[in-house]
Design a protein around this ligand. Structure first.
Ligand code: AHR
Length: 518
């Protein structure tokens, strides 16, 4: 028997709702088709934005969306995407050499903010530093946030249809600047960030450096929350050298920073839909590596920022399979299918974030529609929620809860990566509490065998399972397609409240338990 012990007396921290965030890039079919169909489309829409997507997203309470890239953001000129639709320029884009597509700019700042408002998410804008001047980024901030009527940019926004400010709080300064964002060395990027931060953050902040260089207030007091480009996966050198420069001995620590954003794609093993048992576990093991990445990058950050004023963010994560598995067979760049294996990757990763609620302030799975680890595959009238979507649905109760410690005593699964024998725990879990309700999410990563699990809630003798939802597939390779969109969907276990806390998890399944403790 496997045992999961929930210790309500050991709080980890509040789970920031922004951990349940998404990413929307102008690439392939993510925006055009995925979100935007245009005002004249026969697909039901509100001002060009698809209503099927809005309705579905509202159900899972997306907390934040990062836009417009990705690599695309490094080259994006925001002025191209405002003003009358028929005057917006068609441009080449970063991705054109790969997919031959041009950018119509029909979906710009106003459309994105409207989309966020429709689904209740905070907008997170990503800007460029390699080619885009800091003043241009500053003007974008002013265009979005200046009070009505106060400046020329606020008046221009009003003339374009939005009198009220957009109140965009999150601004990412650069994307993957160690790669396609200019191939900049970490110390040089840190200098660029200081420069952009000074211009873009300006005095528009409640926290200012004092004369001796110390900050007053915390990152939460910032009203422009600037997010720096962090490392790719285990590039610890990037983190150390960035923070070395950030805390420069001559000029002092640079205070106008909210977050530092790691990117980690766990990649693939086999293909999106064809994989062996060993390949199943290989991908889950790669996803689990997220825990070590967070712990080690945070440990380096702690050397420079022991008070943890700067938050760790994971603003791109997910599986990345060989191209061609999606419905358009790679007509949409990076579009891939999502099986129950991807659902396990999502569950394991979100459990890792919940268990580090004191460290991880935001995350953005890549990407929302028609791309890498997507929640949706949408083409014209075809609208499919993938197993990834259902994981976000099952996990939504964690948002804003207090993450509490769990102890897992479980079997190991054994597998091979190449010739190497490997083993890892067969269960992943996290728990959070709100009032007298515990949300417990479990993944049985064992592809072939079910798991008997006993749940123990310490010091809560009356603990009762009041809701139980299981996401599983007849075959772990299963995925949802337009002709069979409900092949992999969650099912609620009907019946009376369960007073015992023993249950069976099917192979390759994700489970939500809501437990009443009072
Ligand atoms: O998500 C696709 C791409 O992956 C993003 O544009 C880039 O930031 C990352 O390398």
């Amino acid at each position: 028997m496997n045992t999961v012990t929930v210790d309500l007396s050991k709080g980890i921290g509040t789970i920031n709702p922004h951990v349940y965030g998404h990413f929307l890039e102008h690439i392939g079919g993510v925006v055009y088709d995925g979100v935007w169909v245009g005002r004249d489309s026969k697909i039901p829409n509100d001002g060009g934005i698809r209503l099927d997507l809005v309705e579905s997203l509202r159900r899972i309470k997306p907390a934040v969306i990062r836009w417009p890239g990705g690599c695309f953001a490094e080259h994006y000129r925001w002025r191209d995407g405002v003003g009358p639709a028929d005057t917006r320029p068609v441009r080449s884009s970063f991705w054109r050499p790969l997919d031959g597509k041009v950018e119509s700019n029909q979906f710009g700042t106003h459309e994105f903010v409207r989309f966020c408002r429709m689904i209740g998410a905070d907008p997170y804008f990503a800007t460029g530093v390699a080619e885009i001047p800091a003043t241009e980024v500053k003007e974008w901030v002013e265009y979005c946030n200046d009070q009505a009527g106060t400046t020329a940019l606020a008046k221009e926004r009003e003339a374009n249809g939005s009198r009220d400010p957009f109140d965009v709080i999150f601004w990412g300064i650069g994307n993957e600047n160690w790669g396609f964002g200019g191939n900049i060395a970490p110390d040089d990027y840190a200098s660029a960030f200081r420069r952009y931060g000074t211009t873009v953050g300006g005095l528009n902040t409640k926290i200012l450096p004092t004369f001796d260089g110390e900050r007053s207030g915390t990152a939460d007091d910032l009203d422009a929350k600037l997010i720096a480009c962090g490392p790719s996966r285990d590039d610890y050198d990037w983190t150390r050298r960035f923070f070395e420069k950030w805390s420069d001995g001559t000029y002092g620590k640079f205070t106008r920073i909210y977050g530092f954003a790691l990117h980690y794609y766990c990649g693939t093993a086999g293909t999106a839909t064809e994989f062996s048992v060993d390949e199943w576990y290989t991908l889950v093991a790669k996803a689990s590596f997220m825990a070590e990445l967070i712990d080690r990058h945070r440990a380096i950050m702690d050397e420079y920022d022991p008070e943890r004023n700067i938050k760790l963010i994971v603003d791109e994560w997910g599986s990345w399979h060989p191209v061609g598995s999606g419905p358009t067979k790679n007509a949409y760049q990076f579009e891939q299918q999502a099986t129950m294996r991807d659902a396990i990757v999502a569950a394991v990763t979100l459990n890792i974030f919940n268990n580090r609620a004191d460290v991880v302030a935001m995350s953005n799975i890549a990407q929302l529609t028609n791309c890498l680890q997507s929640l949706y595959l949408i083409h014209g009238e075809d609208f499919v929620e993938t197993p990834n979507y259902h994981v976000f649905d099952l996990f939504q109760g964690h948002q804003g809860g207090t993450a509490v410690q769990t102890r897992v005593d479980c079997d190991q699964v054994h597998f091979k990566i190449g010739n190497e024998d490997r083993a890892m725990p067969s269960l992943s879990c996290s728990a959070s509490s709100k009032r007298e309700r515990v949300t417990l999410t479990l993944a049985n990563v064992n592809m072939e065998q079910s798991a008997q699990v006993k749940i123990v809630v310490k010091d809560a003798p009356n603990a009762t399972i009041v809701r139980q939802i299981h996401l599983r597939a007849a075959d772990p390779h299963d995925h949802n397609v337009p002709s069979d969109p409900n092949r992999v969907i969650p099912r609620e276990v009907e019946g009376d409240r369960q007073h015992g806390l023993d249950l069976t998890l099917c192979p390759a399944s994700v489970v939500l338990l809501e437990i009443q403790t009072g």
